[in-house]
Write a protein that binds this ligand. Sequence first.
Ligand code: TRP
Ligand code: ZN
Length: 884
Amino acid sequence: MDIARTPSTPDGNPEMADAAHEVTSPVEIRREDYRPFGWLVPQVSLDFALGVERTEVVATLEVERNPAAEPTHVLHLNGDGLVPLSVKVDGEEVNSWTMDGDDLVITLPGDRHRVEVATRIDPSANTQLMGLYASNGMLCTQCEAEGFRRIAFFPDRPDVLSTYRVRMSGDKAMFPVLLSNGNCTAQGEGAGGTHWAEWHDPWPKPAYLFALVAGDLVVRKDSFMTCSGREVELGIYVRAGDEDRTGHAMESLKASMKWDEEVFGREYDLDLFNIVAVSDFNMGAMENKGLNVFNTRYVLADPETATDGDFDGVEGVIAHEYFHNWSGNRVTCRDWFQLSLKEGFTVLRDQLFSQDMGSAPVKRIEDVRVLRGVQFPEDSGPLAHPIRPDAYREISNFYTSTVYNKGAEVIRMMRVMAGPEAFRKGCDLYFERHDGEAATCEDFIKAIEDGAGLDLTQFRLWYSQAGTPRVTVRVEHQGDTATLHLSQVVPPTPGQPDKQPVPIPLKVALFDRETATHQGEHLLVLDKAQDSFSFRGYARPPVLSINRGFTAPVSIDSQVTADDLVFLAAQDDDPFARYEAMQELVVTHLKDAVAGTLSAEAREAGGRAIAKALGAVLADPALDDLMRGELLILPSQAYLAEQMLVADPGAIHAERQELRAALAQALESEFVALHQGASAVPYSLSAEARGARKVKTQALIYLAEGNPQLAAEMAAAQYRAADNMTDRQGALMVLAGLDSPERTHALLDFYNRYKANPLVIDKWFSLQAGSLHPHALDHVKALAQHPQFTLKNPNRVRALYMAFAVNPAAFHAADGEGYRMIADLILELDPLNPQTAARFVPPLGRWKRIEPGRAGLMRAELERIAGADRLSRDTHEQVARSLG
Ligand code: TRP
Ligand code: ZN
């Protein structure tokens, strides 16, 4: 397929040009085609005359020939929907330029020039939320990955680093606050009620880290003293009225700054660090140098409106963006194929930070749950790609769980193999070698090899091969020797039919089944297709505990008996392994139940074994409630489906619910007692109180299946008594799935209480769209017509439709109506916000792993989308890959 983009003329209409983005691009960009840019751009000046409907931008670039590149006289500047209003070289208007599609191409006579291009943009018409856009009357930017080209013509690639001077002017009443990267160097009043500010960022950066914010904002200020004694001024900017909910974000920021100094030796490098909260945002947050821009949901939190999970989300994302200052900004990426260089590493850093701030084992379990529930399915589906991809059409589609979460796991494995101290030496070397540079994943691996003293030759396969390795284990016992026979398979993925074995670090322990003790942990590295490891001193066949702490992102087939799993669930001294045994017990049982291979007797025996293990979890006084809460969570529908070659979502859901009902009936009084005990704990953010809230709602979730009447009463009481959002939302979630009068009442009460708070209203939409209520699909249809629903706000769209797309029951309605609804959404959203629209394709893309009836319906919806007249590059790429 080809594109015919109308070349714009210098006096063309900027609004017309914007439509060009909607045309599908056929261009595949390949990692192997990387070439350095022909020019260096050491300095950039940007001058903005701000207006919500009309902003004029003059960009001045100091360019000089790049000695490391092929000599050229042509300066190719990316643009997206821009029209050059004037083009000057060394101060003189020139006409030695042409358009190449959306890009501006200027021929330059010499080796060093000043290039000045003026453009005009309409932020109010920017519904993609990339580039400069208006949100709630304020103006803000989002430039990663390729949004800067929607603001100014520029070499919009991460290996072109410049220092920026920014000047902006605008109406003082409308935009009392004017922010950009770095330090504010001057400000003043202008004519006609305007004012202006100048900002200078001394650190060279790629264009994707540029940011500007202008609006009527209030600020919470604080300060941080760095380890070398420099005082950094901190500011969190929000809409008036939200300032009281920024305390947790500020505490999280200060904790992150301190932690990065202590654990990674990284000090902050500017006098100012600002955060701005924006309610219309495509992702979680953005690490622009010295001016992080956040989705409001990762800044605002107080007990009345935010759950414990929301508090953790704020802490984790604040840390993540702050940590990017070193892993991403000081050392950035050479090209977008290296995205995991900054994202995988920064996710690992934020995970380790959160482990240190709260319960380390619980955080590890949560991270593994996300990996297995989101990344494993991605790795086994049509969109599977290595953490360092080889080709893409639209880079926004590669901000994936694979690049982020598997990327973090891959670096975590290096840390496990090296040990934390040696790993830290490798990180130090990486920062030292590449500070101020645009680096590659290979640079990172080399620095860890050299600094930590590891040989990562074969380990590099983790960067190039997609797919979740599957490890099979068999324990053999003879005399006093236990032998582990291990084998691995890396499954084929699209474009990668044949795989090589990867090094898999596995922590193992062998338990004596009489004494429930082991002789110490071993770290085995399985780096061949098959290998065996022997251990002496075992008079009896030991119980195997493997992949303790989840040292490797693999799936394990250990063929452990139900009795041994019950043993490990109750006795293992590694909390993760204990959780794992509990999960495995349930997964094995449900797999057999869904396959129909269970006799009535075996089904009952399996249920009894699980009830016994769960009963032990409920009764164990040595467990804290946060951990107990984790052990109570049943494996998700997504993870269960992942265990089956072809999944029947209806059958999985039915079996999972039936098991839950049986467990709840077997343990009803225990669950009621758990709920009562936990209800007596007063609200605070202590681990104990948070644990109490967690098990309280878990108990209700079980009882809702076993005794709906009782659960409705208890949930209604919890709802009424709630003095915090965790209890209130937990109760409402349970009620939303029940067919009871309390449901209607609580939903109405919740809406009326919080109708002025968008983040809480998002929860109200989500709870209904994700509920197991038999009419959830009709509820979603009605909610789409609600006056508070809008396609223009990504948080609201995700609240309704993402919750629905992961609803294990309603989305998979056997007649395909759920699939149709998501396809309709994609088609309607794509012209407005392609990035967000494309994120709804993966739920439909799983069709090959779903039973034939539903698979046909899903595929038909993908084909309907593919047949649309105009599709964004984002959605087109995802649909094409999903059908292929
Ligand atoms: N770099 C951001 C992060 O991980 C991700 C991000 C924010 C992003 N906004 C985006 C990626 C828009 C693509 C498009 O912290
Ligand atoms: Zn990031």
